[in-house]
Design a protein around this ligand. Sequence first.
Ligand code: GDP
Length: 193
Amino acid sequence: MASPLQLRFVMSAGDVNQLPESPAEVAVIGRSNVGKSSIINALGNRKALARVSKKPGSTELLNCYEVEGLGTLIDCPGYGYAAKSARIRDASRRMVETYMLEREQLTMVVLLVDGEVGPTKLDLEMLSWLRTNGVAHSVVATKRDKLKAAQRGKRERDVAAACDLAPGDITWVSAVEGTGRDRLLSLFRIWLG
Ligand code: GDP
């Protein structure tokens, strides 16, 4: 088993200018409930590290975790909360887009899609935005354990096709079973390298 990232919560930033100094950053983004907190906790081998990003008031912010010796992991606000007002949704989206376009230290945006549900309309919009704007990104599909073994191959091809990607372009993970964790850990080390 690959050693976990040494993650330490640093701060929640409401603006790109407030972000801490860092040599390299990887941002993680996805719709609410996609499994983002579970994956961040799995990468850090911690049970409730990313709980902070769920605290009221923190859900609209860029939650920053120092990755010891490497750089920063940025937990971006989840999108698609029905409960959020349109005004908050727009402000949050603008902030994240500005961050992704302007942050020089950002080396990779990890877009999480729910492997069981497949990419939603909002996921595909985000993917299209990343492509249009030339922002380096990588798609990770979550909750692989929820697929029946017999469906997995087809499901992996279908999710890739829906994202207009080859199956090998997507990293499949399960926070419950630990599948894909080692691969994702090595990718993070490369992206922050
Ligand atoms: P977030 O809102 O994107 O941070 O998502 P969470 O990490 O809080 O996960 C949302 C729900 O999905 C929770 O009920 C988790 O227990 C569940 N979940 C997250 N990852 C997995 C996974 O790999 N497998 C399964 N079966 N459930 C998961």
